[in-house]
Design a protein around this ligand. Structure first.
Ligand SMILES: NC(=O)c1ccc[n+]([C@@H]2O[C@H](COP(=O)([O-])OP(=O)(O)OC[C@H]3O[C@@H](n4cnc5c(N)ncnc54)[C@H](O)[C@@H]3O)[C@@H](O)[C@H]2O)c1
Length: 372
């Protein structure tokens, strides 16, 4: 296939740390251009991608016939408009999460892409960790038997200190006294995605709580901490359609390092635990236990699951994102490959987020599917 042309919208920290290195590492693709509201940032990122240009508007990007993929790495509320503009101009779209805060809008975007034969992918980075990929393979091979219980955590302490400014889009100080969804969406989404992927079944009901444990914090532009009622910790209990049950907890005020995920699946034949917590240069660990050997032991992650040139000690953001982009390029090249982490998968995750928020506000169980 001819090289796939990708254009990046949003040239901030994550585009620089994960997206651009991912595109540059795949010989089947090239970055043709970059757009950002901040032109200096667009130029700076473009300078790191040989042969690319900085666009002066999104319209200019969409008018470029070399662009086959639009890669959206802006701020939460801006994701949807750029993603839809990409789909409407018949480009494949990679988008950071959330695509849209309402699950039905995300689903509609996914269905539009399907109807046009376009591929979509969402930045569910941790599905593309080699250890998580191995865990999924082992589940498919029958290592745990029939899934019974899933426990998931996504925790780190990046906003435990109130003097660490929250990022734009993580919370709005002018939005009133009601708690705003923050950690559940920004941090909980990938572990919800892993829960659905590992258990292999939809959720039927959830009950959960959002909590604001650090009441005042710095926000962009403020010099002193202000009251910001955001969900900085949350937990929910859930039941899957296949009878399995689960608990999920996400927080960014809980002591722990990046990225801070732990997925546990217990079944009729065995159990698996995957931890993605960077320590001493290693960011992923996989453990397994069997019915006849109940203590957990380390399991090896095969080399074939790492991106070319990567390995156990590569930083998580470049390693996992290289796998994500490589999977996307493969899916675009081969229409028979099943979609992984596409907008329809993102809609299912967003539906769970919307349901947990509803459960918190109603103080009770919420049934899925939600009404569109
Ligand atoms: N998947 C993951 O693991 C992961 C990790 C980190 C960040 N993220 C996500 O990546 C996104 C970017 O995060 P970041 O840390 O790079 O933020 P950032 O603030 O450093 O960069 C965002 C950039 O987008 C630009 N921008 C905003 N709205 C725009 C628009 N409408 N058009 C063009 N440019 C626009 C801004 O000028 C800025 O340069 C966020 O949605 C964040 O949640 C995902």
């Amino acid at each position: 296939m001819a090289e796939l042309g990708a254009a990046i919208v949003g040239a901030g920290r994550w585009a620089q740390r994960a997206h651009l290195p991912g595109w540059l590492r795949d010989p089947r693709a090239r970055v043709v251009g970059v757009y950002d509201l901040d032109q200096d940032r667009a130029r700076a990122l473009s300078a790191m991608a040989p042969g690319s240009r900085a666009y002066s508007s999104e319209a200019e990007l969409l008018a470029d016939p070399e662009v086959q993929v639009v890669d959206v790495v802006t701020w939460g509320p801006a994701h949807f408009l750029s993603a839809m503009a990409g789909l409407e101009s018949r480009r494949h779209v990679l988008c950071e999460k959330p695509v849209h805060r309402e699950w039905a809008r995300t689903r509609d975007a996914g269905e539009l892409a399907l109807s046009r034969g376009l591929r979509t992918k969402v930045g569910f980075t941790f599905r593309f960790s080699p250890a998580m990929m191995r865990m999924r393979e082992l589940i498919a091979e029958g290592y745990v038997g029939r899934p019974l219980v899933f426990n998931g955590f996504e925790q780190n302490s990046q906003f435990l200190d109130p003097m660490t400014p929250i990022r734009a889009g993580e919370g709005d100080p002018g939005a009133g006294a009601d708690i705003q969804v923050s950690s559940l969406e920004g941090y909980g989404a990938p572990i919800i995605d892993l829960a659905l992927w590992f258990v292999g079944s939809e959720l039927e009901e959830v009950v959960g709580q959002l909590a604001n444990l650090v009441p005042e914090r710095l926000v962009p532009g403020s010099q002193v901490p202000v009251r910001l009622p955001i969900d900085d910790a949350d937990a929910f209990l859930c039941r899957f359609a296949n009878g399995a049950i689960g608990t999920i907890q996400s927080s960014y005020v809980t002591v722990g390092n990046y990225p801070g995920l732990e997925a546990r699946l217990y079944g009729t034949e065995g159990a698996l635990i995957c931890r993605l917590v960077e320590e001493e240069g290693v960011c992923e660990r996989l453990y397994g236990a069997r019915r006849d050997q109940v203590e957990f032991r380390s399991l090896e992650v095969p080399e074939r699951l790492y991106p070319p040139g990567g390995g156990l000690t590569e930083p998580w953001d470049t390693a996992f994102y290289a796998n994500l982009i490589s999977a996307f390029v493969s899916e675009i090249a081969d229409p028979d490959l099943p979609a992984q982490a596409d907008f329809l998968a993102a809609a299912r995750v967003q539906e769970v987020i919307n349901a947990v928020e509803l459960s918190h506000r109603r103080h009770g169980w919420v049934q899925l599917p939600l009404e569109g």
